[in-house]
Design a protein around this ligand. Structure first.
Ligand code: THU
Length: 127
């Protein structure tokens, strides 16, 4: 896990967050063992901002690698940052049981996505 958190620390300064000044890095590990990084990307039209987690998930999926195993969310804050609701839903699309690792400077907390997003709306509900 430390390796994935270290990867997030490596990329966090690529975050484009001139409006909130709140930089976030994410790392997605897939079942194949491959790793994809992401950072938050803000926009002058604030609502178009994309979170770090979704950038990392979309990078993996766009490479044809959908089997998400673990998502690390890293912030340079003492307390860890939990993924926002939209990102929880996007991760649930690919693995409702993904392991979510929330890491801050002083503390790391892990949870299953199913604990963070119980009763997720998933493709099974469309049948
Ligand atoms: N943000 C993330 O990238 N991930 C999260 O889990 C929480 C929020 C970003 C969005 C925005 O650029 C900034 O943090 C402040 O909300």
């Amino acid at each position: 896990m430390e390796e994935l958190i270290a990867k997030a620390r490596e990329v966090i300064n690529n975050a484009y967050a001139p409006y909130s000044n709140f930089k976030v890095a994410a790392v997605v590990k897939t079942k194949s063992g491959k790793v994809y990084t992401g950072v938050n990307i803000e926009n002058a039209s604030y609502g178009l901002t994309v979170c770090a987690e979704r950038v990392a998930v979309f990078k993996a999926v766009s490479e044809g690698d959908r089997d998400i195993d673990t998502v690390v969310v890293y912030t340079d804050t003492d307390e860890p940052t939990p993924p926002c609701g939209a990102c929880r839903q996007v991760i649930a699309e690919f693995n409702p049981n993904a392991l979510i690792v929330m890491a801050g400077r002083k503390k790391t907390v892990t949870a299953k996505l199913s604990e963070l997003l119980p009763s997720a709306f998933t493709k099974e509900r469309l049948r």
